[in-house]
Every structure is written in C-alpha cells, then in structure tokens.
Write a protein that binds this ligand. Structure first.
Ligand code: PLP
Length: 420
C-alpha cells in the first residue's frame, strides 16, 4: 500500500463498537486477568497494556503509523519533540561519551547537546552538515551519535545525507536525523541509511498548532550497530530490568530501551488525547505538505522579484545554496522560508504591517506566521554574531500556512508598500 492509504488505515483494528475513528483510550491503567497474567506482562513474556506511561492503545496507533510512513520497524511517541531528542541521545550515551552535532540545528537541540548534557558528563562537537568529511576527524571511540536535521530550522540547510551516512557507517556510529521540517513526505531518512529518525510532531504532523508532541523511529538496520562494542550497554544485562539484554531480546532494541528505560524513568509520555490529534494530523499530512510547499515556492519567487528584498532563502530556489542537495534528496521542502530586508527597522515595520501573517515564534501551523529573529529568538546576539549565525538583522522568517496563496502574496505586497 502507498503512504496516503497507510496514513488513514494502518495499525488500527476496529474493536466491538466498530468505531471508524480510532477511539481515545483516556486511561491511566489497565485491568489484569489475574496475578499470573500481570506477572507475565511485567516480565515482558507477553505483550499487553500495563500503565499509560509505557504504552497506550490510542498512542500505539500513532506510533505504528509514523513508523510505517518513515519505513522504520517501530516508534515511540513522547510528550514533545525535545523529549524525543533527549531520549534518543540518552539511550545511547554514558557519562564520558560524546556526540557530534550539526552546526545548523534547532536552538533547543543545541542547548540540550552543548549545555544540559554537559552536566551529565556528555560533550558535544560541531560538524557542518554540508561537509560530512569533517566527521572523520571528529568521531572517536567515545562518540555515540551523529545528530543532524534533514532541513535545518531555522537555517534551511539541507543535509548531505549520503556523505553523513557513509562516514558514520564506516565508524559504526548511530545517525539520528530530526525530520521535523521535511516530514516523511519530503524525505525518508531511513531509506537513505539513517538509523534513527526523530520528530517534533508539534509542527507539520499535528499540522495546526494544537499540540506539543514528539516521536522516535528506529530503522530495521540500527540493531547492527547497537550489537557492537561501541554500544556495550545494549549488549550487557540491564540491572534495572531483570538482567535484560536489549539486543538479544528485541529486533527493535533502540525503541525497546527508549520505552522500557527512558519513558519508564523520565516519564515524558504523550497524552492519549494528543496522540489522537496526531492521528488526525497524519490523515491529511500528504495533502498539506504539498500545499505548504507549493505556496512557499510561489511566495519565495514573488519575494525574489521585489526591489526591497536583498535575498530569499528557500531550498527549491535555483539561486539557493541548498538547491543541489534539495534536488537530490527532497520531494517537498515544506513551508518555511526566509528573506532579508535592508535593516532591523525595516524588518520591524514590515512585520507590523502584515495582516494575515501573525507574529509568532513557531513553524508549520495551518495559519501563516512571521518572525523577526533579531528582535526575538536571537535578541541577545551582537550585529556581528547575528551575521555569523546566518541571521542578519533584517532577516524575516515566514512559515507559509494553508490560506489561499494569492491572499498571502497580497498581504506581503501591502506590507512592503506601507514601509515608510
Ligand atoms: C520545534 C522543533 C523541535 C522541538 O520540538 P518541541 O515539540 O517544541 O519540543 C525540535 N526540532 C525541530 C527541528 C523543531 O522545529
């Protein structure tokens, strides 16, 4: 079956009520048949519902659907994208280890990797996601993960997947790709050899800015790396789980550990209600991502022709630095683009003039959003630091929604005209 069909049907067996929509199992716990049954569940001899922190039937449908759309063998949902990224790293590292991260990452992923994990004895080193040969020097025997984004938020850099996977595979290090911006319809990292995919499902997956959520997906071949000495804790008895050895017991050792250790002990579990919102989101994701992408390209081309605009960044513009990589890897580039005006003041005034676009520091809503990084997310940086971070002071980021694209272009035109 093709993706659009899987997104609507996969992983749901109608129960006795024959409910067409997946029911919301809004429950904390589940009754056992008897104490033997309970003991078998707790000893992982039998699969079943125990407690919603480690599994829920509504959430399970979402997990199965996102896993199949990303071509993984299994997935877990988490209460946010940041929880998904933290768990995927925490499952791999021990104190004294290091990770190699893309220099073009979501801000939260950078602070997590370079500041918060440092407090647990984990260090981070940067690589340029368009220069994967840098990984050769950076990966050492203590490196446990290479983390990058398919399309970086907010820099819009498209990763050199083949190059990154090639070096990481030679070294036997797990690759983690944050596929939030591209979605499985833009690119499927697992098909390109990536071991673990993570999402902030708060963005295009839920699709309308209604819930915070995340997920982790495991590739069928991730186990090969996890079986090696580099990941000894996947191959030694886990004392916190009756001496369980993840790579012996499971075909999906990564998700098993993420669920049985990370979710069990850190507990950032998704609400079944939010899982249901994500199921609704997946039903239409294929339609929405096409519209977001087509409208964004049309708007990027309009902006290129405007005399007040110094530069437009969108991976599918032929003039863009990322065009070659975008052509090679992406089916859709999504709805996020950025452009540069002459000055800080001009950018501020332009945003004030917008009527349909809202000033919001989020992306991938069904409604169009605009942000001025220099006065918000990157406010603390000097003029020079802003330029180094690829965020000149006149830069505006747009997240193109699902409104009629002609109305959006008209809104932008009028906002330009009103600049004094
Ligand atoms: C928003 C975002 C995150 C963080 O996700 P939350 O759901 O807000 O926790 C991580 N990565 C990328 C690329 C994002 O855009």
């Amino acid at each position: 079956m093709k993706d659009a069909t899987l997104a609507l049907h996969y992983g749901y067996d109608k129960d006795t009520q024959k409910s067409m929509q997946v029911p919301i199992y809004m429950t904390t716990a589940y009754e056992y048949e008897d104490t033997d049954h309970a003991a078998r569940l707790f000893n992982l001899e039998e699969e079943g519902n125990i407690y919603t922190r480690i599994g829920n039937p509504t959430t399970r449908v979402f997990e199965k659907r996102i896993a199949v759309l990303e071509r993984g063998i299994d997935a877990i949902a988490t209460s946010s994208g940041m929880a998904a990224i933290f768990y995927s790293l925490a499952a791999l590292v021990r104190s004294g280890d290091n990770i190699v991260i893309s220099s073009k990452l979501y801000g939260g992923s950078i602070t997590l990797s370079t500041q918060t994990l440092k407090q647990f004895g984990i260090s981070a080193k940067y690589f340029d996601p368009t220069k994967p040969e840098e990984l050769r020097e950076l990966i050492d025997e203590k490196t446990k993960a290479v983390l990058f984004e398919s399309i970086a938020n907010p820099a819009l850099t498209v990763a050199d997947f083949e190059g990154i996977v090639k070096v990481a595979n030679e070294k036997g290090v797990i690759t983690i790709c944050d596929n939030t911006m591209a979605t499985p319809y833009g690119v499927k990292p697992i098909e390109l050899g990536v071991d673990i995919v993570v999402h902030s499902a708060s963005k295009y997956i839920v699709g309308n800015g209604s819930a915070i959520a995340g997920c982790i997906i495991e590739a069928p071949f991730a186990k090969e790396k996890l079986k090696t000495n580099r990941y000894s804790h996947f191959n030694e008895p886990d004392e916190s789980y009756h001496g369980l050895v993840y790579t012996k017991k499971f075909e999906n050792p990564f998700i098993a550990k993420a669920r049985l250790a990370m979710l069990r002990d850190f507990g950032a579990v998704l609400s079944p209600f939010n899982a249901w919102l994500l199921i609704l989101g997946l039903e239409t994701l294929h339609l929405r991502i096409e519209r977001h992408s087509n409208s964004a390209l049309k708007i990027a081309k309009f902006l290129q022709t405007h005399k007040k605009v110094k530069k437009v960044n969108y991976p599918f513009l032929e003039s863009d630095d990322n065009y070659a990589m975008a052509k090679k890897y992406l089916k859709y580039a999504g709805g996020i683009l950025s452009f540069e005006l002459e000055s800080y003041e001009e950018a501020k005034e332009f945003i004030k003039n917008l009527k349909i676009f809202s000033l919001v520091t989020n992306i991938a809503d069904s409604k169009s959003l605009a942000t001025h990084p220099a006065s918000t997310t990157h406010q603390q940086l000097s003029k020079e630091e802003l330029i180094n971070a690829g965020v000149p002071e006149g830069l505006i980021r747009l997240s193109i929604g699902l409104e009629d694209v002609d109305d959006l272009i008209q809104d932008l035109k009028e906002a330009f005209e009103k600049i004094s």
